[in-house]
Design a protein around this ligand. Sequence first.
Ligand SMILES: Nc1ncnc2c1ncn2[C@@H]1O[C@H](COP(=O)(O)OP(=O)(O)OP(=O)(O)O)[C@@H](O)[C@H]1O
Length: 780
Amino acid sequence: MPIELLPHLQLLKHSIPSMRLGPSVHSSRAIPILSRVFPFKLRYNALGPQLCNQFRVRRFTTRSFRPRAGSSSEFSRGGRDRGGEVRVSKSLVDDEAELSDWVSGLRKTDSFRGRVASNDDDLNDRGRDRGKSRDRGGERNRDSFALKRKRESDSDEFRQPSRGRTRNSFESRNRDSPAMKMRRESDSGERSRGRSSNSFDSRNSQGTKRFDSRSNGGDLSFQRTTRGMGNKQRKLKQSSHDDDCGNDDEELQSLRAGFQGLLSEDTEEESDDGDDDILKKSRGSLFGMDKEVTDNGTPSSPEKSDSYLSETRFDQCSVSPLSLKGIKDAGYERMTLVQEATLPVILKGKDVMAKAKTGTGKTVAFLLPSIEVVSKSPPVSRDQKRPPIFVLIICPTRELATQAATEANKLLKYHPSIGVQFVIGGTRLPLEQKRMQANPCQILVATPGRLRDHIENTAGFATRLMGVKVLVLDEADHLLDMGFRKEIEKIIAAVPKQRQTLLFSATVPEEVRQICHIALKRDHEFINAVEEGSEDTHSQVRQMHMVAPLDKHFPLLYVLLKDHIADNIDYKILVFCTTAMVTKLVADLLGELNLNVREIHSRKPQSYRTRVSEEFRKSKGLILVSSDVSARGVDYPDVTFVIQVGVPASREQYIHRLGRTGRKGKEGEGILLLAPWEEFFLASVKELPITKASVPLIEPDTKKKVERALSHVEMKNKESAYQAWLGYYNSNKNVGRDKYKLVELANEFSRSMGLDNPPAIPKLVLGKMGLRNIPGLRTK
Ligand SMILES: Nc1ncnc2c1ncn2[C@@H]1O[C@H](COP(=O)(O)OP(=O)(O)OP(=O)(O)O)[C@@H](O)[C@H]1O
């Protein structure tokens, strides 16, 4: 049964002009419980203040509504008022991914280039990996605690046998999941003029407007019926965001510094049950939440609520019957809150920038109206030489692009005349060219670099792009930041000026709002589906940070993982690392520790990435160690735990990574593991409910075990990780400023890998990093 969040919000009636909700507390139960969670290994402190004191004040303004004649995007019937929480979601994943081609170029070899499994072609991958790359999944990484350990080839079989389980007791916690308020904001032109039909908040000089979705103000295209469409208040209000703490240069630097290949050693499987006892002792959630357990002592999988859904059904809005059939087959009945908020506006043809939390259905929110545009366009004849592309969707990573294309295919099930294709880096350009020629599509999903390749190298492609009516930037903030800006500007120049543009993300920093005119018309709508006063993260995802010296990070990571696994029979864990090569190292280490682990990062061929991604999507009882290729947008269901090791590239990246758990209203946990000199990052996420965890004692046996495992990790991988680590932190504004200190820290990292001397780095690389002649570095 879905949990009803915030029953008090049910009391809201659309006739109430304005009300203020009293403070609510959430997750306070965690505190006393935490103190007894890790009697043997982990002791968490100071969980209190943030969880206890999250009082939120919300204001709702309601207005009565008049249907607007001729609105093309009206819902035929409003839903009942209902509180809810919006999440959103897509994120940008990875600079590394898009840069991997560049890295390949540098190496003057195509050995990194893989091919997409969807092309039924992973020969490159097999050839490359055979004999030199050890797949760590099932072959050697046995997790003595995982109930099932499978070989990598058994990709779909990680699901634990189902057992009778009771639900977690999450519903008993006091959850703060207030009614969503969506903030819509039109850009400066309209702001200055004001609009009589919206209820402007006079306090906001920039045109903040409040309105109730049930009682639409002027230009909203929700149908105004007596009952209205839902209980969500939409506020037209400018949001502000903290500064980024990093930038894409960091990834670039780490790549520059760290591209050493994909080698890994061949080792025997090893089974060591030595930590069984520790696990048994420390049963209990990492975050100290009481969970109901099954007869056999294992808790159930994450609790789910439908708070991300609105009351409005898809069949209440004016989309084509064929789309409705596809939606129904996809299993969607009610719109998510962001879909409900954006669909009418997009269907009206307006440019939209939308922000909503991770995992709340942003993909469908931009796909569905885009499909409607195509379905209303004149049919494309098969003989047409350069059939127009009507909808162009840009995603920052390959995984996201393929995911969006898959979702589009679902929705297009009953639109036989509409085709969707994707073009992504890491695949052969000629193959894509042939594919596009054989099956011309009207909807194209692309990563920026590969799209530019096609614009420059595929005959007739530029002409096809002149048909674009809708341009979508998924993970817009990432696409518009410095890492992708140039590509995006080129792409925008290649599509018609007269088009509709849609920008979606779970994070929209102020800087991006400032420069969104690059893509959007001046009178675009900003729709913020994150309720006012709410954080950009989900309240049902428990967040912590732990600050510990670097030399403790590997054992701590192990302890955190083992503990979570012991507590969650259906565990599904994402471990984020700073760079691709550090990701590889950590995956190697966890493999040596007999955990059931896979790795994904930009240094892996695309076919491998696709395969592992698919496996993780379907699996339970699996750990995926990832670089930022999985940070944004990737929709892995039921991720139970996200661990971030080392400082994230930015506040936004932290949010997107964390957003891999807690999707579609589910529960989740996240922890950020920092070294003391990385604590500066916490200032950038201070408004998020991240509580501090104290560093647990690490048992001598655990320490020894981790050291032994590290000694088995191939030297080459340690060298690459060291170099990549240096590159990443060198380009971090805070850490990289003092080169002397940076090298000291890098050498601390080297020691944490069990090396007495730091690995030597080529002079050329050091020169590029501006680190020549810094004491403590070894050159070769
Ligand atoms: N109306 C709906 N009802 C139920 N499920 C839905 C609906 N719309 C989308 N979903 C599902 O919700 C999940 C999350 O959607 P999606 O990946 O689009 O989220 P997102 O907001 O883009 O997340 P992120 O910010 O991480 O990219 C997907 O599994 C999708 O199939």
